[in-house]
Unconditional design. Structure first.
Ligand SMILES: [Zn+2]
Lengths: 333, 289
């Protein structure tokens, strides 16, 4: 079976020896007598943290991104926005808990907010379908995109899903159409759109919240065309952890990979060990990134904002195209 | 992919064709003369790009564009073999650089911009080159004031190009947005099979969505849904008829009526285009207000 619901994989420090070393350092730090000794210990700690971060494998990063303890959309909304008012429903069929949407103030400026919500407790996860939206979730998001456009509100989105719900009802109600429509709709907005990848960005189900002027990604988030499990099942015809790890590495789904590919605009630093170790610090970094980009985008006019976004997506991948003459059979009649 | 193997098996004999639906055996030439539709049960065999062109475009009017665009190996992806080897193999087999052919041609005298996906090229998967060629097709059509028709047939986004492939879904959707602002029609023809990231972008964004009879169209893979929900799905699930019933398609059109239907729709939708369509600049201005 494909571990589609692999949320239980808690993995804070994958190498216990490093964790023990950090704890020992912290202990020495509390007993340190001189400022010089303290700062030396601090430097040593940073070196160890960097070593740990560099040693993370791709699949370990995916597990970090999936960790249920990690701050989710509602946590960031609470930390970064004032007076959040949630809105519900797609006016067609239902309200989808896998997507949270609403209006709130970011630094005294009203903005529209849309994000995936995976849930933390068993009950909440079930209510939110593990953060896997159904078409009604995407249609609720579309309503907010339209509100943002009509009332000239900047849009901030939080991406955190393994993917859209693979279910019979979702197919019946047009999952493909709902996602496709959002891609076009987000593309044509004339307001600033900032997308924050805060957990796992999984395929089209993530991208339906991701067609933004600026995409920022947290240090240990991932973004991929398919889950490593799905990729291993199709390309390696295997579901063992070994092949899943190989697939994760092959997909180049980490924040530095996405930065190198020219897809994202900024990697937002997380506290040592990941956002869940210090959610307030994680939110502070993310808020600072949103603030910077929003200020920059706000200098652009409506038509320029759409043009900026169109140019961004038109350019993605262009560097990897070459011209290769080929005697196409289609020319032969 | 499994259906492709089945089809291969059906084609084992040069003279005879076995229909995968009714298992009937017919003279191959006779099936071909019938637009590759089974004479006994109307099963629509998958068409190659060349066959699709032959049954759709007026003779001597096809002009391919952007054929020289070719992909590289951005992720240095290796599964059971390196991605460049897979690409080379698909290129040898199809005589094409990638999984879509785009160009212009006439359909019963109506000039149109046309894209045809090649399912035999890595399952018609969409990577950077497919995204780029389709986006350029839509922009070229907007510039030349042509309607667009895309025949989809694809397993989805190309995994070997990772998130870069995923982003092509948006790249093409944005180009469709520009065509729409120019008030030019886009007709999507969904052929067997259209799935995943291709279904969830340009295939479902037609002003009109048309499918061939029996075409498999859906977002999630059948096996994934069965594994997740623990239920067996009927064969009718995610077929064109299922989509029509659920309001996702405008019509199902049999192959012998496709040309006529497309030409008629293009004629109707573009008959007032000079009067109705503001120029590109005007469309932008209109959008701002
Ligand atoms: Zn038959």
């Amino acid at each position: 079976m494909m571990p589609e619901h692999d949320f239980g994989a808690h993995m804070e420090f994958p190498q216990p020896d490093i964790e023990a070393q950090l704890e020992a350092l912290d202990d020495r730090m509390t007993h340190a007598r001189s400022a010089r000794e303290k700062s030396a210990l601090r430097a040593e700690r940073r070196r160890l943290e960097r070593k740990w971060a560099a040693s993370l494998s791709a699949i370990e990063r995916v597990r970090m991104a999936r960790n249920p303890a990690r701050p989710q959309t509602l946590d960031y909304i609470a930390a970064l926005f004032k007076g959040f008012i949630e809105i519900h429903g797609d006016r067609r069929f239902a309200d989808d808990g896998a997507i949270v949407a609403g209006l709130g103030y970011f630094n005294r400026r009203p903005v529209a907010i849309v994000g995936h919500q995976r849930g933390r407790s068993t009950r909440e996860r079930l209510e939110r379908n593990f953060g896997k939206p159904r078409p009604e979730g995407y249609r609720k998001a579309a309503r907010v995109y339209e509100l943002a456009e009509r009332f000239a509100l900047p849009l901030v989105t939080f991406v955190d899903t393994q993917g859209a719900d693979p279910g019979v009802g979702a197919e019946e109600r047009g999952q493909a159409e709902a996602i496709a429509r959002n891609l076009e709709l987000m593309g044509r907005l004339t307001v600033p759109v900032i997308s924050c990848v805060i957990g796992e960005g999984g395929s089209g189900g993530a991208l339906a919240l991701g067609v933004a002027n600026i995409i920022v990604m947290q240090e240990y988030a991932s973004y991929s065309v398919i889950t490593p499990e799905g990729c291993a099942a199709i390309l390696w015809r295997a579901d063992g952890p070994e092949k899943v790890a190989v697939a994760a590495a092959a997909l180049k789904l980490s924040a530095p990979d996405l930065m190198a590919a020219g897809i994202i605009d900024q990697i937002v630093a997380e506290p040592p060990g990941g956002a869940h170790r210090d959610p307030a610090a994680a939110a502070k970094n993310l808020g600072a990134a949103i603030k910077t980009h929003l200020a920059r985008l706000s200098k652009l006019g409506p038509a320029e904002l759409r043009w900026h976004r169109e140019r961004k997506f038109a350019a993605i991948g262009a560097a990897f195209i070459e011209r290769r003459s080929i005697a196409s059979r289609a020319d032969i009649e | 992919m499994e259906n492709a193997a089945e089809r291969q098996e059906g084609m084992a004999d040069d003279l005879w064709t076995k229909c995968p639906a009714c298992k009937g055996i017919t003279f191959r030439k006779e099936v071909e003369r019938n637009l590759n539709v089974c004479l006994k049960c109307d099963y629509h065999f998958r068409l190659t790009v060349e066959q699709r062109l032959a049954v759709t475009i007026d003779r001597g009017t096809w002009r391919e564009r952007f054929a020289e665009l070719a992909g590289t190996d951005p992720l240095e992806f290796i599964d059971s073999k390196p991605y460049p080897e897979r690409l080379a193999q698909a290129r040898r087999a199809t005589g094409r650089n990638d999984a879509v052919v785009v160009g212009t041609g006439k359909i019963e005298g109506q000039r149109a911009a046309v894209g045809i996906m090649d399912f035999s090229f890595m399952g018609g998967s969409m990577g950077i080159v497919v995204g780029e060629k389709l986006a350029r097709l839509f922009d070229y059509a907007a510039e030349q004031r042509l309607g667009v028709i895309v025949f989809s047939s694809s397993g989805g986004a190309r995994m070997q190009e990772g998130a870069l492939a995923l982003m092509q879904m948006a790249k093409v959707a944005l180009a469709i947005g520009r065509l729409r602002d120019a008030r030019l029609p886009y007709i999507s023809v969904l052929c067997d099979p259209t799935a995943g990231g291709v279904a969830a972008s340009f295939s479902m964004l037609g002003d009109l969505n048309i499918a061939e009879p029996g075409a498999l169209v859906g977002f999630a893979g059948r096996r994934v849904i069965e594994q997740t929900t623990n239920e067996r799905l009927p064969d009718s699930f995610q077929r064109a008829e299922f989509l029509l019933e659920h309001g996702m398609l405008d019509m199902i059109v049999a192959r012998d009526r496709m040309r006529f239907t497309l030409a008629t729709l293009l004629r109707m939708l573009t008959s007032n285009s000079r009067k109705a369509a503001p120029g590109r600049g005007q469309a932008r201005k209109a959008h701002r207000s």
